[in-house]
Design a protein around this ligand. Structure first.
Ligand SMILES: Cc1ncc(COP(=O)(O)O)c(C=O)c1O
Length: 473
């Protein structure tokens, strides 16, 4: 990033954080140049960039001001009303079609939930992997102990303290990604034909696991700030024989919400009352923009009812395939399901991740990516405000790197996705996040990459496609 872009970013961050409000005068060029140690021309270029972005305006002989007519950010996505009932789903063909195309065709992937892999703080992890290979130890080539590497399980229990959880290494089982943790947990606590409550929209990987286990999905209305409706959940539990609940309560994919602690407690009370196991997906939990990280529901659980699933796929890198599950009272069944799925997980990446965490690399990396993602969110929302049509609504995540966008109802997000893909931009269409065809005018966008011209061009292209009617039904 060029110097003037860095200066412009500092100023727009300050505006986004409310240090300067609409109509406020910004520091003079000379003052900023002295304060930041950059040349006058760098500051001038930064101000020009902010003006081009519509963030500031120049008033002759008075200086630079925050633009009074800056559009306010879009509203949050609405919570659709629909009749709640258990449904069998069969969306794999649609999901496969999109994943297959996305892998091969898009050059700017705003669609896949991949974290930023290019930040320098990941380098020590690559060095750990290389060093382990170079040393030629045979351990990395052998089957691992059924629970996974002890070094890694110890580190996981240390990290879990930040989310309020007191776990011992014997209570943690390493899995091949969070997906295996979720699928093993589901299979452990249900039988084909059972009904599972999920938040809606919901991560399509969990919906696929539900579908493949022959289960029915009960999609409950979910608020973009507070999470799953507890009222709807109580009614559902009274009305239907619910056998499990699977949700992502902290920095949810795709809606971005983080359930407040009091609602997490209430949800736990509910599943307790109806004697339902709760599968908690915490894969984005360490990616909050504010410290300390939120508590998990598991941290309030004293009876082993919550099965906590997570991985290092979103915090570090998905290619490692290192995940874990703390199965509580369902340990024996979950381990059995994990065993028939993959026996044990790959050893080498586990050793490397344990080494990386023990040297402080994980904390340093989180610090770095959290600020990259927060800035990415602000930019992405700003671009959407500028390039997308009126009536667009956007989530406001306080962690993670995914944005949920509700487009005007006449937009067909599937058609938009296909057309955008042909022009080299991948997005995730909303229908993937429901087993029953909801969210047909929604898309999910990834803002993990450092914000730059390429990303802005991608968002602009999407905006153009929508307003030109390409994605209109
Ligand atoms: C909410 C959620 N859970 C689980 C997963 C799967 O994680 P992993 O790659 O560790 O299997 C993802 C990946 O997108 C996700 O978004």
């Amino acid at each position: 990033m060029k110097k003037y872009e860095q200066v412009a970013n500092v100023l727009s961050d300050q505006i986004a954080r409310g240090i300067y409000h609409n109509g406020d005068r910004l520091p003079s060029i000379r003052h900023l140049s002295e304060q930041m140690g950059y040349s006058i021309s760098t500051i001038q270029e930064a101000y020009l960039l902010l003006e081009q972005r519509g963030i500031t305006e120049v008033r002759p002989k008075s200086g630079h001001f925050v633009n009074r007519r800056q559009p306010s950010p879009p509203d949050l996505p609405s919570t659709p009303e629909y009749s709640v009932r258990p449904e069998e789903t069969s969306t794999w063909a649609k999901v496969f079609h999109l994943l297959y195309q996305t892998q091969s065709a898009d050059s700017l992937s705003l669609g896949r939930a991949v974290p930023n892999l290019s930040v320098g703080t990941l380098k020590p992890l690559q060095r750990s992997l290389a060093a382990l290979t170079r040393r030629g130890e045979l351990r990395g080539l052998s089957y691992d102990y059924i629970l996974g590497c002890e070094e890694l399980r110890k580190q996981i229990t240390r990290l879990a303290v930040d989310s309020g959880c007191n776990l011992s290494p014997e209570e943690v089982v390493i899995t091949s990604g969070c997906q295996e943790a979720l699928a093993s947990s589901l299979r452990a606590v249900t039988r084909p034909g059972d009904t599972v409550i999920v938040d809606s929209p919901s991560f399509y990987g969990s919906l696929q696991a539900i579908e493949a286990c022959g289960l029915k999905t009960l999609e409950l209305p979910t608020d973009p700030r507070k999470g799953i409706s507890l009222e709807a959940m109580q009614l559902a539990c009274e009305q239907w024989p619910v056998k499990a609940c699977l949700i992502t309560p902290t920095f949810n994919n795709p809606l971005g919400y983080c359930m407040p602690d009091n609602r997490k407690r209430k949800l736990l009370d509910l599943v307790r009352r109806y004697d339902i196991p709760l599968i908690e997906d915490d894969v984005y939990g360490d990616l909050g923009y504010a410290a300390p990280r939120p508590r998990t529901i598991k941290s309030f659980d004293s009876e082993g009812r919550v099965i906590l699933c997570s991985s290092f796929s979103k915090t570090l890198a998905p290619g490692l395939r290192v995940g874990w599950v703390a199965p509580g009272r369902y340990a024996s069944r979950v381990m059995h399901m994990k065993y028939i799925s993959s026996m044990s997980s790959a050893t080498l990446p586990q050793l490397a991740v344990a080494d990386f965490i023990s040297r402080g690399g994980y904390d340093r990396h989180l610090k770095r990516v959290r600020s990259v993602y927060q800035r990415g969110r602000d930019y992405m929302i700003e671009w959407i405000t500028r390039y997308f049509p009126e009536g667009t609504r956007v989530s406001s995540p306080q962690g993670g790197f995914l944005l949920w966008v509700e487009l005007p109802p006449e937009v067909d997000a599937m058609a938009l996705t296909e057309r955008a893909l042909k022009q080299g931009v991948g997005v995730a269409p909303g229908e993937l996040f429901s087993g029953s065809g909801k969210f047909s005018h929604h898309i999910r966008l990834n803002y993990a990459d450092c914000p730059g011209t390429k990303m802005e061009k991608g968002v602009k292209l999407l905006g153009n496609l929508i307003t030109a009617g390409s994605g209109i039904r």
